[in-house]
Design a protein around this ligand. Structure first.
Ligand SMILES: C[S@@+](CC[C@H](N)C(=O)[O-])C[C@H]1O[C@@H](n2cnc3c(N)ncnc32)[C@H](O)[C@@H]1O
Length: 280
């Protein structure tokens, strides 16, 4: 395979030992499996290494791994995570949510506190789509409900974009007719910004899915963790599935990516469809 061209810089080679320690670090701390990503690492990080004032990966990694502030690790994470996402991605899940999960929960939840988590939310398209779906589902009766969505990601870069909530016009094309005007307002450079009434429905926070889930005081009714575990090894997936199970209410749903599966992963979930799981 040819090396990717770098704008204004050369691609640096990562030697076996640095590749191994970077791979192990990302695997152990963030679950990311970079086994087959050597070329991607060299392509995505060479500029970063040079801009940090180094001409080799050894010195750069020494510097990053000894940084106690967490700032350099954050920048490394932002370079190495894959953040591809879009509004209405995997629409079948939203249909299931509005036709099956929400009607069930509306009957069962007495205190009108619906708790939804978008885990691995990237630049916000997923949690904002959920917020629009909830708005459409509840309509006028939404007033009495707290439907705030928790949206978390490991990458500070995508979280900053998500909080800003500004998207190019063509990113809105998959939304049903009328939704652009209902949920967005015109911003600069022909872009569109999420309206404040919808933005306040989503709370963004940096959170590493490899960490402990003990801080969640109340359990969730619905969790989306789509196209995140795809980069994880089976053991990591199994541990994460067990943690999701623990923080879901009985009857709660876990949505994973359409191309993902928990089969082969030992979990207590009941499978409703290939990518939708329920805690009984
Ligand atoms: C491909 S995006 C998926 C976005 C959205 N869920 C979707 O399906 O369109 C995967 C996201 O998972 C995040 N991620 C990867 N490892 C993570 C971890 N250990 N903890 C939290 N987020 C993680 C990445 O930063 C990235 O934004």
């Amino acid at each position: 395979m040819t090396k990717p061209a770098l704008k204004g810089g050369r691609v640096l080679n990562i030697d076996d030992s640095d590749f191994h320690r970077l791979k192990s670090y990302m695997q152990n701390n963030f679950g990311l499996n970079l086994e087959k990503k050597r070329i991607l690492i060299e392509g995505r990080l060479s500029n970063t290494v040079t801009l940090a004032g180094f001409d080799n990966f050894t010195d750069y990694l020494d510097d990053v791994f000894s940084d106690k502030s967490g700032v350099k690790i954050d920048s490394l994470i932002s370079r190495l995570t894959t953040n591809y996402t879009y509004f209405m991605r995997e629409e079948a899940h939203y249909r299931f949510m509005t036709q099956t999960a929400l009607p069930e929960w509306v009957k069962k939840i007495k205190d009108r506190d619906l708790r939804t988590w978008s885990a691995g939310c990237s630049s916000g398209e997923e949690p904002y789509t959920i917020a629009m779906m909830l708005d459409e589902f509840f309509g006028l009766s939404k007033k009495g409900w707290d439907t705030t969505i928790l949206a978390t990601d490991i990458s500070p870069k995508v979280l900053a974009a998500a909080k800003e909530g500004i998207y190019p016009r063509d990113h809105l094309e998959r939304l049903p007719p009328g939704w652009k005007d209902r949920y967005f307002m015109a911003a600069d450079h022909g872009r569109w910004k999420i309206k404040p009434f919808l933005a306040k429905e989503v709370i963004f926070s940096q959170f590493n899915l490899m960490g402990s889930f003990h801080m969640f005081r109340r359990k969730f009714h619905i969790i989306f963790c789509r196209n995140v575990m795809i980069y994880f090894k089976d053991k990591t997936k199994a541990e994460l599935a067990a943690k999701f199970y623990e923080v879901l209410e009985p009857g709660g749903y876990l949505f994973i990516g359409l191309s993902e599966t928990l089969s082969g992963v030992n979990s207590n979930f009941v499978q409703m469809s290939p990518s939708i799981y329920k805690k009984q």
